[in-house]
Design a protein around this ligand. Structure first.
Ligand code: FAD
Length: 684
């Protein structure tokens, strides 16, 4: 992780304040560690475009930008741009990805003063308060090129997307404000919006922030606002009657269309051009007695040019289950075979998915139809319901205008979009009134799901392993995770008839099937979750559940580069039936790595008291403190919720106790370790 000057300043202050303490030598060693700063994200900005030129050439006067890691910030940004356009017709809006503009020049933003009314930025926070990977160049610009007071006179609005289980909650959005407003003199309009994914309130926070933002924009720029909920198509929709071989049937990139079917794909691969990786093998990790499923899957990447490093993430592009697709088509009376094309009305915007395609394909491969539905989207349906259907209209308004009612009637019932329509009325002819164009523009696009790679690039060069817990925790609710059930079907394809939902494993034009081998569209995303560069550095790994996945990779790395390394793994699961890779730890790794210590906590074993990883850490406080004093790196990975916070608190307790310092100082030391790249969290 590279440090910017502010980080360094904060770190220096923290170090300075703690070294003043009585145990200054010990503490200095503790903070310094034995390794240099950990490696940074190594992603380039991609295409280089001139922001000012784009604004001027396209006669734009309002800029909305996003920095997105998984696509959520992008979705909200585009939604905001669309609503803003509906409300204030006179605004000429440019909406774009920060990654698509060149921030290598000084004045990139400064040149916009007096050229645009305002700049709105949607920014997600990643890792330890960092910008998303695609914003590496923008981050450099903020740190190195942005001059003091350069943005005087430029109004800025910020919406942050984060997760409060992380220490640096919405840290990227806050840093944006520090740089653009506090240092460069831009004017912050309103407050920073702070979406919190850990409590699922991003949607509600967005709606509240947006309403205020619209009021501010209206007053600040003397605009007259219309109704932002009235749907206005962004694309020209036409039926397509051309040749079939140019029609997308679920291919994610034109490189996979029929004309290129024999082509060798050499990448570089990413979300929009994933690699179709053969599934080399897969097996169930949970014992037959367990009521859960966890799939270990290995992808063959030989000959693909894909390189990964231990600790990286694998992105998998899923498809929707056929049952959900059928339900959606039926509820909305859609003709799945209708082939259509979309043309941009505004050339500075982009298409939501590849076209021409047909409706069934869009629903299967390109749109997120199974997840929780948004209150705002349900509210927008009222405009399509005729006055003669007063009861339906009223019901829509009733459930969508109050967040609590919506939560009770929709979210708590785990309804997706088509379930929700059915719940409102199972007999109303939804398809007669709701335009398909509204659906294709309003339903978010199907996003990749990420998995911590559980293999090692040193030991498993041609393979990428993942460890995926199948999401169907409550079969009574009939809510199933899209990707993990797809992986489960591939692993259990012989017993597919016993599975609750089913996928088309053949894929578009049978692309995903060669003889009996199934392929899936994947790509590697670089991560900052990296082993210390020096293989001698001790490591402490805490990973309950599938949080253990990257640590399997770390341990496999050490089999190759330093079998003597000091390593502690704190692993937690419910009981022996869910004990992931149980035999690998005991039979393969512990005998080969003499300084690897694995501590396992069972939280639901009837024969022993409930035990969590934090308890085992406290039991090992002497060993943990000793490792920290030797410069150990700490890694925490796993399910969001409260785990990462509790692990952090446990470490603070241990350090405070063993170093005989107060809690505040121990907290500062943990914070400094995070800034110093010695304490990594990968929590989802
Ligand atoms: P989704 O379809 O995304 O559904 C998510 C959850 O919502 C499920 O529990 C599902 O049952 C529920 N749901 C679906 N529809 C509804 C509805 N209408 N209403 C209410 N709830 C609904 N996971 C692992 O197992 N192993 C890993 O190593 C791993 N590493 C990760 C690393 C990173 C960096 C990140 C960000 C995540 C990681 N995850 C990992 C989580 C993983 O990305 C997925 O989120 C997870 O597997 C679920 O994906 P899915 O497509 O199966 O479920």
């Amino acid at each position: 992780m590279s440090l910017d000057p502010l980080d360094l300043a904060v770190l220096c202050c923290l170090v300075a304040s703690v070294v003043l303490y009585t145990k200054k030598d010990d503490i200095f060693n503790f903070l310094k560690g034995s390794d240099s700063l950990d490696s940074s994200i190594g992603v380039s900005s991609g295409s280089s475009r001139d922001l000012l030129e784009t604004v001027l050439t396209n006669k734009k006067d309002f800029l909305i930008l996003y920095g997105s890691q998984t696509g959520t910030a992008e979705d909200y940004c585009k939604k905001f741009a669309k609503e803003l356009h509906s409300k204030f017709k006179e605004l000429q809006i440019l909406c774009g990805d920060l990654e698509n503009f060149d921030f290598d020049q000084p004045n990139t933003l400064g040149d916009l003063v007096d050229k645009v009314k305002a700049v709105v930025i949607f920014m997600s926070t990643y890792g330890e308060g960092e910008f998303p990977d695609p914003c590496v160049n923008f981050d450099d610009y903020l740190n190195n090129l942005l001059e003091s007071d350069e943005l005087k006179g430029l109004p800025i609005m910020i919406f942050g997307l984060g997760n409060s289980t992380y220490e640096f909650f919405n840290g990227a959005a806050k840093r944006l404000k520090e740089k653009l407003v506090d240092e460069a003199g831009a004017t912050l309009l309103g407050e920073i919006g702070a979406g919190d994914d850990s409590v699922g309130n991003t949607e509600e926070e967005y709606v509240a922030w947006k309403d205020k933002a619209f009021d501010i924009i209206e007053k600040e720029f003397g605009l007259e606002g219309g109704d932002s909920s009235i749907f206005e198509p962004m694309y020209d929709y036409t039926k397509f009657e051309g040749k079939d071989d140019v029609v997308y049937k679920g291919e994610l990139n034109k490189q996979y269309l029929s004309a290129n079917s024999n082509k060798k794909h050499i990448g570089p691969f990413d979300q929009s051009y994933p690699y179709l990786a053969p599934v080399a093998s897969s097996y169930e990790i949970c014992a037959p007695e367990s009521n859960r499923n966890c799939v270990h899957m290995e992808f063959d990447i030989s000959g693909s040019n894909i390189k990964y490093e231990t600790g990286d993430h694998l992105g998998i592009m899923p498809q929707n289950p056929q049952e959900n697709v059928k339900h959606f088509l039926k509820t909305l009376s859609l003709n799945g075979d209708e082939v259509f094309d979309l043309k941009l009305k505004d050339l500075t915007s982009s298409l939501p998915f590849p076209v021409p395609t047909n409706i069934e394909t869009a629903i299967t491969y390109y749109l997120e139809i199974t997840g929780p539905v948004s209150r705002q989207m349900i509210g927008q349906l009222a405009q399509f319901v005729p006055e003669s259907e007063e009861k339906i209209k009223q019901k829509i308004i009733e459930i969508s205008s109050d967040p609590n009612t919506f939560h009770k009637e929709v979210i708590e019932q785990n309804l997706n979009f088509s379930n929700c329509l059915e719940q409102i009325s199972a007999t109303f002819a939804w398809g007669d009134y709701i335009p398909w164009t509204f659906l294709l523009e309003t339903i978010p696009t199907l996003k990749p799901r990420f998995y911590s790679i559980s293999s090692s690039n040193l030991k498993d060069q041609d393979k990428i392993h993942i460890t995926a817990m199948v999401e169907n925790s409550d079969p009574n609710k009939k809510v199933y995770g899209v990707t993990t059930n797809l992986l489960n079907q591939i692993q259990k394809r012989e017993q597919a008839d016993q599975l609750p939902i089913h996928y088309n494993l053949e894929g578009p034009r049978s692309l995903y099937q060669t003889n009996s081998i199934t392929k899936l569209p994947i790509f590697v995303r670089k991560s900052t979750f990296r082993l210390p560069k020096n293989p001698e550095t001790p490591i402490i790994m805490i990973g309950p559940g599938t949080g253990v996945a990257p640590f399997r990779g770390f341990i496999r790395d050490r089999l190759i580069d330093n079998p003597d390394a000091d390593m502690m793994l704190f692993y937690g699961c419910r009981n022996a039936h869910d004990h992931l890779y149980k035999n690998e730890w005991s039979d393969e790794y512990e005998p080969a790595l003499k300084n690897l210590k694995v501590f396992t906590a069972y939280s639901r074993d009837p024969n022993i008291p409930k035990t969590y990883v934090q308890k085992l850490m406290l039991d090992q406080k002497d060993a943990i403190m000793e490792a920290l004093m030797k410069g150990a790196f700490v890694y925490v990975c796993g399910d969001a919720g409260t785990m990462a916070k509790q692990v952090n608190d446990t470490l603070i307790t241990i350090v405070s106790d063993k170093q005989n310092i107060d809690i505040t100082q121990a907290q500062e030391m943990m914070k400094a370790m995070k800034l110093n790249g010695r304490y990594h969290e990968d929590v989802w």
